[in-house]
Design a protein around this ligand. Structure first.
Ligand code: ATP
Length: 353
């Protein structure tokens, strides 16, 4: 049966990577139909809102979406993420020969950050500190009651057992799959469990318990600040890393820098019934319209999407075609020390397919 992919072009420079990625996949002769949605600025002009009903209908009709980053977390991004409950954000960090990185020896870096995508701090449950008065919050460890008389804001971090279990299962299943292909069979959890002794410690504990249910996997843990250090000192030790929403967001950008920066790392957001695929990077507004944005992250996201839809062989072909451009080193974009335009990079990928 024909697979349907909704295209969300995204804001600023995002369409400059989404459109050529769609064109390249269209040229691969697969049983896929692309459905173009009108969202973002274009939708605001035409319909008065970022994610109008017509766009939601197209998203709903599709099997998944290819997603260009948007300026806000609301609108179409909010609909895909929270509306479609895409709870597992998977960010593979892999060095391939030819990528320009700040490391002396990046060979062998190959790990995945599995980030909880719906909870933590990012739903943005915020308000005025005074609203917390009736809770009478008291912390016995530091022998302090929360002073709610100050002018200011609070943000709530939510960690449920169910969502933590779900994301830890995703991490374990991915580690098993990678192990079958020569991976290390390691799941590492990282959170601030020494300070947030209820919420982040629960996240750590559930990760440990879940890994224990999967024979063949080993469990590892790092306090998040130490993880940041380990990421720089010895990134090759990692296989699958599971983290909360905000920790995964921040450290995945750091991880991207190890293998050549934000232009390289793709991103898949998977739910029980839906998924969307894009880049770790944002909308890159500073380089909009210059035909210099690196399309690698979006092209690799296209590969993840093809795999999700069951086109495993095509996914492999696309990924190999992208990596060959790096190995050849003739058509790299500016962020990778080259002089190629986005268009030329994509032509090289097409030629390699
Ligand atoms: P967000 O918070 O939305 O993830 P961000 O703060 O990570 O966004 P980006 O839009 O990702 O910001 O851009 C950060 C910097 O990296 C900018 O200078 C941008 O031009 C650059 N950049 C991001 N993606 C790419 C890319 N694909 N190719 C080249 N440069 C990029």
């Amino acid at each position: 049966m024909t697979k349907k992919i909704c295209v969300v072009k995204g804001d600023d420079a995002s369409p400059e990577v989404v459109v050529p990625t769609v064109q390249i996949i269209e040229g691969m002769g697969l049983d896929i139909e692309f459905l173009w949605s009108v969202t973002g600025d274009e939708a605001v002009t035409r319909y008065g809102e970022n994610c109008p009903r017509v766009a939601k209908e197209i998203i709903d009709e599709a099997d998944c979406a290819i997603f260009g980053s948007t300026r806000t977390l609301g609108g179409v991004h909010g609909y895909l993420r929270w509306g479609k409950k895409c709870y597992a954000n998977i960010r593979p960090t892999r060095y391939v020969s030819g990528m320009i990185t700040p490391l002396k020896d990046p060979t062998g870096i190959d790990f995945v950050i599995v980030r909880e995508n719906l909870e933590g701090l990012y739903p943005g449950w915020e308000g005025d500190i005074g609203q917390l008065t009736s809770l009478n919050l008291r912390n016995e460890r530091i022998n302090q009651a929360l002073d709610t008389s100050a002018e200011g804001k609070f943000a709530v971090k939510i960690t449920t057992e169910e969502a933590t279990k779900d994301i830890c299962r995703v991490a374990c299943q991915l580690a098993l799959k990678r192990k079958a292909n020569g991976g290390l069979g390691k799941v590492t959890v990282s959170s601030k469990y020494n300070v947030l002794i209820q919420s982040d410690e629960m996240f750590r504990r559930i990760a440990e318990e879940t890994v224990g249910e999967y024979p063949g996997l080993t469990f590892h843990q790092f306090i998040i600040d130490n993880f940041a250090q380990q990421l720089v000192l010895n990134p090759k030790q990692f296989d699958v890393v599971v983290m909360s929403n905000e920790h995964g967001d921040i450290l995945a950008d750091g991880a991207a820098a190890l293998v050549g920066g934000l232009g390289i790392v793709p991103n898949s957001c998977i739910g029980k019934d839906y998924a969307y695929f894009g880049s770790v990077h944002g909308t890159a507004p500073d380089i909009v319209g210059r035909d210099i944005i690196n399309p690698t992250a979006m092209l690799l996201a296209g590969g993840l999407m093809l795999e999700y839809l069951g086109f495993g062989e095509a996914a492999c072909r696309l990924e190999t075609a992208v990596y060959r451009v790096y190995r050849e080193g003739k058509c790299l974009t500016h962020d990778q020390g080259g002089t190629s335009s986005t268009t030329r990079f994509c032509q090289a990928v097409k030629a390699n397919l």
